[in-house]
Design a protein around this ligand. Sequence first.
Ligand code: GLA
Length: 665
Amino acid sequence: MLHFGGDYNPEQWPEEVWDEDVALMRQAGVTIATVGVFAWSNLEPEPGRYEFGWLDRVLDRLHDGGIKVALATPTASPPPWFTLAHPQAMPVTADGVRLTHGSRDTYCVSAPEYRAAARTIAARLAERYAGHPALAMWHVHNEYGTDCRCDATAAAFRTWLQKQHGDLDTLNEVWTTAFWSQRYSDWAQILPPRATQYLPNPAHVLDFRRFLSDELLSGYVEQRDLLRAANPDVPITTNFVQGGWVSVDHARWAAEVDLVAVDHYPDDAGPGAEEETAFAGDLARGWGGGSWLLMETAPNLIYTRGRMHAKEPGRLTRHSLGYVARGSNGAMYFQWRQPRGGAELFHSALVPHAGPDSPVFREAVGLGRTLKSLSPQVADAAPRTARIAVTWDAPSWWALQGGGRPSADIDYLAAVRQAHRALFRSKLETDFVFPGVSTDALGDYRMIVVPHLYLVSDEAAAAFRDYVAEGGHLVVGHLSGIADPAGRIRLGGYPGAFREVLGVRVVEWHPQPPETEFALDDGLRASRWAERVETAGAQTLARYTAGVLAGAPAVTRNRFGAGSAWYLSTALTDDSLARLLRQVAAEAGVEPVLPGLPSQVEAVRRGDLLFLFNHGPEAATVPLPEGEVTVQGGGFRTVRPAGCGTPGGTPTGMSSSPGRSGGGR
Ligand code: GLA
């Protein structure tokens, strides 16, 4: 069944509002409410004094209304009394400033006092609610990500390093501590990266990022295990967050949750929002192995750069179903009712300040109906149909952040998103693979695109080589294969780990200003980056045309075994990258989802169901294998085309245009 609902914070409202909440939830077809995420100070107003009565009444009311509950542990926001009792459990910034309460996420995950308090409140909730009939899942914490550089963190970091590296000689070697006299002669000398005079050691910073991800994960696992012990049948998860500040490696975390739950907030007001939605959905599906849940998104106003933007009619529905089409088992929002005060008082909600007589609530009611009718039609997991994958690797992202890089314009996330966007605009279905975690899935794809995969292990490099040798099509972008997992450069020429399979050797980087575009001799356009490439078996497909690199190879292809490997030594523009990736896809024998799709229409397969989204204002005609269908401007349609399920391209009856409140019948 597809979930529909979101964060519900009844503790912010008098009880008489709760009855209206449940009535409105029923009207909207809400199936699940996430309760208690930030309710610690209401649940435990004083140390050891618990008030569960209000939560009992909330859960009972929801249950009576037929609404399930994702019950959260409130550990992302300890109450003020906790801070005052345990100041040493507050996080310390890299500058040495100890933070205090007043916001949220103010805790140090390595502080024993915090961990004990988190376990206690989670255990009390488990004791009381593990058997509650409304309980459908546990939602541990909220968006794990708090960074701390305190002494407790330092101690935990050292323990992690000892496990990782064994002895100090090895650590000194892989951190290259001979540079700038950083050799450690005692574990006690190692601190978390803190404010220092000039550039920090990048290997130290990278290991700290890995440690922090593992340390936060251990905080989750500890709560998960005690919740599981209380009732092994209730699935347990925590909400992963996507975005620029992410401090954990979700590809690794995915193994520890019963279902991957993801928060996603696109921040583009224009068509970029749909591209972001597609990216997030594909990445989440990868983490979840086909199945995941959109735990939070904004129902209406989205934070764009510097101001909020109201979603146009129909966009809430299209975005929500966009995630569902990409494997989410529902659509959930932050939040149910817009608050009267508090830090996020203008953040959008399904029931806005204006009340239910509002466009967003009306659209939510229609969306609830749509999800209900879709429920029996979608499989639990989205079977893998993409033949193209893009690589994702959080440690490579982390390694490319910070100072000392060859260009301030290097942006891992932007590079991966650009690769995905180029495929999205080309209507080519895309999955993600995680070579830092496992290379087992590589062989499932005809084509793999590798943007900025800076860190590569010997094993992963060998797996990519075998992939091509056995007939795969590999497209490697610059800044890939440069270093080993510790961040040490692979010597002898870039892109070290991929030199052999690509048949090239890069002897010099030529970073370029982002504002200047330049042309290659086959018409492709690029900016930001150039390299001196020497071919060693590869064929040159495009050359630089100006400056010291004029005439030198820019884009190459190497036939290797039964497959081919392309190298892009420069940062192609969106259009040029899309053009090149379409050529590679054609060589790899990969077709777009549907031939002849109008540019504003997105088509996504989930099992035998085809979702069609018209992101433009005008109606569009979509050719199907048999016949055609019209999708209203701003609307969507689901069909079962011939060859992927029900014969005859039968419309399933699900369609909407934004003018009609609702959608679906
Ligand atoms: C995150 C949090 C929510 C809320 C939203 C706002 O996803 O989990 O509590 O702050 O962001 O967009």
